[in-house]
Design a binder for this molecule. Sequence first.
Ligand code: ATP
Length: 233
Amino acid sequence: MLELRNLKAHYGHSQVLYDISIDVKDREFVTIIGANGAGKSTLMKVIMGLVPVSSGSLTFKGKDISRAEPWDRAGMKIAYVPEGRRVFGELTVAENLRIGGWAEPPSDLPRRVEKVVSIFPRLGERMNQSARTMSGGEQQMLAIGRALMLEPELLLVDEISMGLMPILVNRCFEVLKQLNKMGTTILLVEQNARKALGAADRGYVLETGHIVLEGAAAELQSDDAVKRAYLGG
Ligand code: ATP
């Protein structure tokens, strides 16, 4: 579904991603783990079109999207849950959800909202509350829910576990697994390697802008170097 080949990206003169080659197959759950500053968020932004590709190829369902505008990528059913949630704080939960479905037929929005609420009942109880007054966990649910309004084929998720209590981290991972089972392809970048590899089918390890290891999630979990660097020994 998604194919990156020898992809490079820069901020100004500073190169952040080096020769990244990654595949995500239809209905797969793939994770990219890496430490602070490895380039995970940049990679998500490149796939979404928020940071330009310097060279290399980026294709989605066989089509070159490397020069496509972000909104065109959204139109192709690629949705993005950014790091730090980035919900619109002054807007209500309902308004945030509607923004996620901005390009969809307005008459279809109530059905989509209902579907999101069936996944996150808490959002249904808070429809008229402004997003900034929600807890971190609720805001993360809203950020995921907003992305789901697109009924994405590919869901890009940046650091779902950041700043959340363990019980909410577990809940978020359960939701991702459930969405994947229902047919959504997922690419998750995550510092919480244990959780990410526990949920995904396959994984890649990103270190200072280079993919240094890839394999089945279970293989990576038992890899000595991964254990030492990312799983606490
Ligand atoms: P974290 O988990 O801390 O968010 P990350 O793996 O997501 O880390 P990135 O945010 O992609 O890493 O950052 C990769 C590198 O690019 C870092 O050295 C960072 O300082 C740099 N960088 C990120 N955004 C910019 C920017 N807008 N301009 C210049 N450099 C940037």
